[in-house]
Design a protein around this ligand. Structure first.
Ligand code: ADP
Length: 474
């Protein structure tokens, strides 16, 4: 326990959870999230290990780790990072003792978590069976029901025929949303508002799900009109303790994908917040959730909220929770995987409180003038916004960086933290204006339009906000 930083409580010897220090972490990911985890390792005195595809051989994430290994030679760019046997072999050949999956790629694959554990390594995340249960939207809903958490009315299980789809729509009424049971990242969803469109949409959604996720299973939910997307950050330890770190409002979405996130949720009724966080903790305890995770809810105009899913991993927007609570979520993940308990980490619920407001903008290499088409090439000029209250999480944001077409278009996450929503937005606005990026197009003009929109600044916009304000694109 000599490596526990000062200020962290020393271990109680009566504790039954075995503490096994981690000395070396491999991050099965790339880009900014790989760098984020390397930084946490570095601060904890843990060796960091990167993997990189041949397309990423000159990518900065490789250089930010203590060691790096080529993976997936001969495979397509994304497949390279999904090559489980090779990743495990790299770990075993190089004395790695834990794996962090980041987000995306293998992060929600229970077979990966299991393979890591079977190789005698530690997986920095929940138990494989929990990853599996949460990754299957139908199983996750069943767990929520069992834990007494309110869910959106929906089919009890995956459905495969258009007759079943019709039956649900007749019984529950429209609108509904079709969701791929194994979907994610805002993809594989279709909203249906007319009975005559049920059949056709169901067939399309099924074939889309089959080609995108390798499984055509669908389920249907009642579509909640004008919802806010609000999610609760959790940490659980091996002893069964669970705490929440308040919530994030991710209602500003384009095509069901998050663009701007805020913590805590502005203008959220305190009673609603209390019940939501309480239910999230209840669900986590019910499934034996360990490590970091997020429970997502939709909140309607009346303040009713409904569970939609659990993300059993670190999320892109974890940064804003770190800013308002002062808790380093990635370091906490590593400590929990070592066997430390939340009380030992100083993470009693009564010690966690939000301070001010944090906002995150996802700056991408997409051109808002061309329907957010990804742009690629060499960044010729790069100057970033800086100063008090600004945090930047990035990997390839510098002059000379090559933006390749192979991976997602996130360039830099800009996070602003201040005492009020308005002052955080002002900081963000000012920081984004300081940016100079030449050589590739970015979505900064669009983000600035959002930040200057009065409705947005007033707080509490719902998920219709971007669609209802097409002027934001110009
Ligand atoms: P994914 O796993 O692809 O991110 P989610 O289930 O988290 O999918 O949903 C993403 C977004 O889609 C939500 O934030 C919300 O905007 C919209 N959405 C999902 N389910 C519903 C629903 N039942 N009613 C209204 N909007 C929904």
């Amino acid at each position: 326990v000599g490596r526990i930083p000062l200020g962290w409580q020393t271990r109680a010897y009566s504790n039954k959870i075995e503490y096994r220090p981690i000395r070396s972490v491999l991050v099965a990911n790339r880009g900014e999230i790989a760098v984020r985890v390397f930084r946490a390792c570095n601060e904890l005195g843990i060796k960091s290990v990167a993997i990189y595809s041949k397309e990423d051989r000159s990518h900065i994430h490789r250089l930010k780790a203590d060691e790096s290994y080529l993976v997936g030679e001969g495979l397509p760019p994304v497949q390279a990072y999904l090559n489980i046997p090779e990743i495990i072999k790299i770990c075993l050949d190089n004395g790695v003792d834990a794996v962090h999956p980041g987000y995306g790629f293998l992060s929600e694959r229970s077979d990966f978590a299991q393979a890591v554990i079977d190789a005698g390594l530690r997986f920095i995340g929940p138990a494989p069976k929990v990853v599996y249960q949460m990754g299957d939207k139908v199983a996750a809903r069943e767990a929520a029901i069992a834990a007494g958490v309110p869910i959106v009315p929906g089919t009890d299980g995956p459905i495969t025929t258009k007759e079943e789809a019709m039956e649900f729509c007749v019984k529950h009424g429209l609108p509904v949303i079709f969701k791929a049971a194994y979907g994610g990242g805002g993809r594989g969803m279709r909203v249906v508002r007319k009975m005559e469109e049920v059949e056709e949409n169901f067939q399309r959604a099924t074939s889309e799900a089959l080609s995108a996720f390798g499984n055509g299973a669908m389920f249907i939910e009642k579509f909640i009109e004008r919802p806010r997307h609000i999610e609760v950050q959790l940490l659980g330890d091996k002893a069964g303790n669970v705490v929440h770190l308040y919530e994030r409002d991710c209602s500003v979405q384009r095509r069901h994908q998050k663009v701007v996130e805020i913590a805590p949720a502005p203008k959220l009724d305190t009673a609603v917040r209390d019940r939501m966080t309480e239910y999230a903790v209840k669900l986590a305890k019910h499934v034996g959730y360990e490590n970091a995770g997020t429970v997502e809810f939709l909140v309607d105009e009346k303040g009713n909220f409904f569970f939609i899913e659990v993300n059993a991993r670190l999320q892109v927007e974890h940064t804003i929770t770190e800013e308002i609570t002062g808790v380093d979520l990635v370091q906490s993940q590593i400590r929990i995987a070592e066997g430390m308990t939340l009380p030992e980490l100083g993470l009693d619920q009564s010690h966690i409180s939000p301070n001010g407001f944090a906002i995150q903008c996802r700056v991408t290499t997409e051109d808002p003038a061309k329907n957010f088409q990804p742009d690629t090439g060499r960044i010729e000029v790069f100057r970033s916004g800086e100063g008090m209250g600004i945090r930047l999480d990035s990997a390839s944001a510098f002059a000379g960086a090559i933006i390749s077409p192979y991976y997602d278009s996130l360039l830099v996450k800009v996070i602003a933290h201040s005492q009020s929503l308005q002052s955080s937005c002002a900081k963000m606005n000012r920081a984004l204006r300081e940016f100079r990026v030449r050589g590739v197009k970015t979505n900064i003009p669009f983000l600035l339009n959002v930040l200057e929109n009065q409705k947005f600044l007033n707080g509490g916009v719902d998920t219709y906000f971007i669609d209802e304000n097409p002027q934001l694109f110009h």
